[in-house]
Design a protein around this ligand. Structure first.
Ligand code: 5GP
Length: 130
């Protein structure tokens, strides 16, 4: 059965898309730690990031770098934190999280609860910087 992220890539589940190319896809995390929290995934469904090929890992990070630059411009912050956990969704993904302090990237914190309008506004701000 396709992962939830494959279903997002295929348009079967809605998302706030940020960017895509032939191999990678970026979209807003639905349970964001901070505004602009974005996930970058390979379209090829592989559970563990280090089971991707060397080229896929390298090229996914280059794709994430472009997305992170847009997130940083749209969501002023000290840094874009980069995290890989993969404990919930068995489809490799990189978290890009705008942070001003270590507290902003605590996965145990309650996520932000944003309205659809706010998600759409964040999506628009980030995609306008790409
Ligand atoms: P991890 O697997 O790295 O522990 O976490 C998976 C991440 O995917 C979580 O931050 C969670 O909020 C996000 N996530 C899970 N399901 C969906 C979904 O259907 N849509 C979006 N946009 N994000 C999701």
């Amino acid at each position: 059965m396709a992962s939830i992220f494959t279903r997002i890539v295929n348009g079967e589940i809605p998302c706030y898309k940020i960017a895509e190319d032939d191999r990678f896809f970026a979209f807003l995390d639905i349970n964001p730690m901070t505004k602009g929290h974005t996930l970058v995934i390979p379209k090829r469904e592989v559970d563990y990031i280090f089971d991707l090929t060397n080229d896929e890992v390298a090229d996914m990070m280059v794709f994430a770098k472009k997305v992170a630059a847009a997130v940083e411009q749209a969501m002023p912050c000290k840094r874009i934190a980069v995290a890989v956990l993969g404990l919930q969704v068995p489809h490799a993904h990189i978290h890009l999280v705008p942070i001003n302090s270590e507290n902003d990237v605590d996965f145990k914190h309650e996520p932000l609860h944003l309205s659809p309008e706010t998600f759409a506004e964040i999506q628009q701000k980030i995609t306008s910087k790409l």
